[in-house]
Design a protein around this ligand. Structure first.
Ligand code: ZN
Length: 344
């Protein structure tokens, strides 16, 4: 079967069932323990797979049902990080969070998500995407009391992420996406070592590689910050040429209700572009026509076989019902455009 053009996918997270973790909350604690928690996570993955499949999403994910947070859950599994010590740091120059402390050399003694990836692979016949945090964003989400250098620590994380990513790919994952929201804040670091450490994390992978850069979930600190960015968000003008020249295959960004001038995606020539057509910062569900309009405007700059309609960001802050309806809006909007292109 040939793959359709405008293949749909999601950035990563989906809301968790209320019996697993409190809804509409980042870093929500688990409600189950031990083997019951492990089984609960697997059941939650099955449910989000069915939701994505029922909505007609082409490239599916585990909705990050097995992790409390997209960065700290990965870090929790590494040696050299002390979760007994918590320090308050300012994340992305924007909001304070209590984070663990790096106390010694970082090492990955065993796989973190590889079992989860095998389970995901076994539970669906569709292509699967798996997300990992990117090195710069990891460095920005903890307190370093050992390396005393963000760059040095980022290279260590890149090496560890690459070990993990190679095993995820071997488990049958089709796309590995690194989440780098910090790319929109620390431009000097992106230029001097952020892209290089990202490429190191993705080095030698047999699957597609992606990076998600964004202006953050719809939480208050992010929404307040967005108010300060002016009418046009041109930050990507600096980042896109660097990503275009990088070895990463795909770039994911928010486009719907965003102030990013859509023509900037023209700077990503040759890359697959994951066009965010669903706003995750509002409960209002997009109409199919709104989704179609976003895709059409992106098609002026990206060929249909390189354009992947997607969500703006993770959907974890939404309710499950709203998330399901938004997934359906995404595929309904894409169906309109496929039809126009004679590809339905
Ligand atoms: Zn995002």
């Amino acid at each position: 079967m040939t793959q359709p053009i405008l293949q749909t996918t999601i950035v990563g997270s989906l809301p968790k069932p209320v019996w697993l973790a409190e809804a509409e909350k980042l870093w929500a604690p688990w409600k189950l323990e031990g083997e019951t928690l492990a089984e609960g996570k697997r059941d939650a993955v099955r449910l989000v797979l069915r939701d994505q499949e029922n909505a007609g999403i082409d490239i599916v994910s585990d909705g990050e049902q097995t992790r409390r947070h997209f960065v700290t859950t990965f870090i929790e599994h590494l040696q050299g990080v002390d979760f007994g010590q918590i320090r308050r740091v300012r994340i992305r120059d924007r909001y304070d969070a209590d984070v663990p402390v790096v106390v010694g050399p970082i090492a990955r003694q065993q796989p973190v998500y590889v079992e989860d990836a095998r389970f995901l692979r076994a539970e669906t016949t569709r292509p699967v995407k798996f997300t990992l945090p990117g090195p710069l964003t990891m460095v920005d989400t903890l307190y370093d009391d050992h390396y005393h250098s963000r760059e040095k620590l980022a290279w260590e994380f890149a090496r560890i992420l690459n070990e993990e990513a190679r095993e995820l790919a071997a488990a049958g994952v089709d796309v590995i996406q690194f989440d780098e929201p910090a790319f929109n804040v620390f431009f000097d670091e992106v230029r001097t070592w952020g892209i290089q450490t990202l490429e190191r994390a993705a080095e030698g992978l047999p699957c597609k590689t992606a990076v998600h850069i964004c202006y953050g979930y719809g939480i208050k600190a992010n929404n307040d910050w967005k108010q300060t960015l002016g009418a046009e968000w041109r930050q990507y003008e600096e980042t896109f040429p660097l990503l275009q020249a990088s070895a990463i295959d795909q770039v994911s960004l928010e486009c719907h209700n965003s102030h990013v001038p859509i023509e900037l995606i023209g700077l990503l020539e040759g890359k697959d572009v994951l066009v965010g057509a669903i706003d995750v910062a509002t409960d209002r569900v997009e109409t199919p026509e709104e989704v179609a309009a976003t895709i059409r405007s992106a098609l002026n700059y990206v060929a249909p076989e390189k354009l992947y309609p997607c969500t703006n960001c993770g959907m974890v802050p939404l309710t499950r019902e709203v998330a399901r309806r938004k997934l359906r809006a995404l595929t309904a909007g894409v169906a309109l455009v496929r039809k126009e292109l004679g590809a339905s």
